[in-house]
Ligand binder design. Structure first.
Ligand SMILES: Cc1ncc(COP(=O)(O)O)c(C=O)c1O
Length: 464
């Protein structure tokens, strides 16, 4: 249907190139234009209301309105709308926020470096690692190992650490020096009869073999989301990180925890590292850091890394890295207020309280559904994986776009959902969601899934 001339939809099609969108299909289908938000809900320009089941992009932790954050931004804009942190300049919001992050870090951290997005934080971490290894006299130790299906953003280095084909194809990524190891997903990658723990051992052995084959003196760091998000909400098997970390330690390979989704309560602890028993050397975070009201991200580094960077910067006369908006006072002030709100609402306790409603609800309602191969998740992040054949785990043909089709049905039932590669459907609602709202979300989702089943049966696409 062609949207009316001069409507938002028509102007969008004429002027906007959308991230993560098939531009040709978009020219036909047009946008969903969101005009306002309240709590866990957003509203479109036709007046329809939706529960945002993925908190936008796994990020709107406090939902879609918050007066305190508006006030924090306004106050800071009036007092000091911009200042930077180059050449030793500073301001209170960045100082406060850095101190608060260091106090809350899952392991002792030394310094915080601010950026504007998750991608920039991970790119910065990679550059810091290269700089560090040069500064301490091991210039050959530079390779970065990510994981297949891992997501670390889309800038050139972070996008190279990402392990998803759509982020590499036609972009000439990954650049040399980036490797990817196995996805720790027992349902898809486990061998017949292999237990989770045996599978975890195999993952660690493969990582060990990769490092040995490359030469440990050439491998600098391993990047991991504690729980993979965009790759499918993949919770690693029991004992995985314990075994992976032993391998990394043996070869003196740094662990970078990408907490861009997991950080700030998502997994049921303050950090995904705490849920998963990870002791990172570097931690990156973004999204819920400011409840996504304004863009800001952070890289936390331990004392060892800091000492290397400090020595390097003393030799050259500067640490030649930084963004105009590194630690911008307005998003920093909003992030400070966000962290205060998390403390006051006892965010972790709230997530622990409502998470079982999501996790048990997903399993009890959908694990036996004929279209569902696996239900997975932890805390307030979860997913179901749609399959063409439950018994054999046969996936749908990607060209059938079954996941996106389900999200379209869900939209009509008042849910904004996200389909992941491999027909996973993600759940990652605002962390303020109540038990009642989770039940409402699951009801609407169940209705949508049943509608999909009826359609697929009618079209003889699935024997359900
Ligand atoms: C784990 C993880 N790392 C990095 C990023 C990239 O963040 P941004 O989109 O802010 O660059 C994302 C975004 O979803 C993410 O999920």
């Amino acid at each position: 249907m062609t949207p009316p001339r001069n409507s938002n939809a028509a102007r969008d099609i004429v002027n906007l190139l959308h991230p993560y969108t098939d531009a040709r299909a978009h020219a036909q289908s047009g946008p969903l234009v969101i005009t306002r938000g309240k709590g866990v809900r957003v509203f479109d320009d036709q007046g329809n209301s939706y529960i945002e089941t993925v908190a936008g992009l796994w990020c709107a932790s406090l939902g879609f309105d918050n007066e305190r954050l508006v006030e924090a931004a306004t106050k800071q804009m009036k007092q000091l709308p911009f200042y930077h942190a180059f050449t030793g300049r500073s301001h209170e919001p960045a100082i406060d926020l850095a101190e608060m992050l260091i106090e809350r870090a899952p392991v002792p951290m030394s310094k915080v470096f601010f950026c504007n997005s998750g991608s920039e934080a991970n790119d910065t971490a990679i550059k810091m690692i290269w700089y560090f290894n040069n500064a301490i006299g091991r210039p050959e130790k530079k390779k970065i190992i990510g994981r297949l299906k891992g997501y670390h953003g889309i800038t050139i280095a972070a996008g190279s650490a990402t392990g998803l084909p759509a982020n590499h194809k036609l972009f000439d990524l990954p650049i040399p020096g980036f490797l990817h190891t196995r996805t720790p997903h027992h349902y898809r990658e486990g061998l017949p009869g292999e237990t989770e723990e045996q599978f975890a051992t195999r993952c660690a052995e493969e990582l060990d073999a990769m490092i040995v084959q490359e030469g440990p003196e050439t491998v600098a760091a391993f990047f991991a989301e504690p729980v993979m998000g965009a790759g499918g909400v993949l919770v690693p098997p029991a004992t995985y990180y314990e075994k992976i970390q032993a391998v990394l330690k043996k070869h003196d390979v740094l662990f970078v925890a990408d907490e861009v989704i997991c950080g700030f309560g998502r997994t049921g602890e303050y950090w995904g590292c705490q849920s998963m028993g990870i002791q990172p050397d570097i931690l990156t975070c973004a999204k819920a850091l400011s409840a996504s009201f304004l863009p800001i991200s952070a890289v936390m580094i331990n004392e060892r890394i800091f000492q290397g960077l400090a020595d390097g910067s003393a030799t050259i006369g500067t640490f030649g890295h930084g963004f105009t908006y590194s630690g911008h006072p307005v998003p920093a002030a909003v992030a400070v207020e966000t962290l205060k709100i998390y403390d006051e609402m006892n965010l972790v306790a709230h997530v622990k309280k409502v998470a079982p409603v999501l996790q048990d609800g997903l399993r009890s309602r959908f694990a036996d559904h004929p279209l569902v191969g696996e239900v997975r998740g932890i805390g307030l992040i979860g997913a179901i994986e749609l399959v063409a054949d439950k018994a054999t785990k046969k996936p749908f043909d990607a060209a059938q776009k079954i996941g996106p089709r389900l999200t379209k049905i869900a939209e009509a039932n008042g849910l904004i959902m996200r389909a992941l590669p491999g027909d996973g459907i993600a759940f990652s609602p605002p962390l303020i969601i109540t038990a009642e709202e989770i039940v409402d979300m699951l009801e609407r989702f169940g209705k949508s899934l049943d509608e999909l089943a009826v359609q697929l049966r009618r079209e003889s696409i699935a024997a359900v």
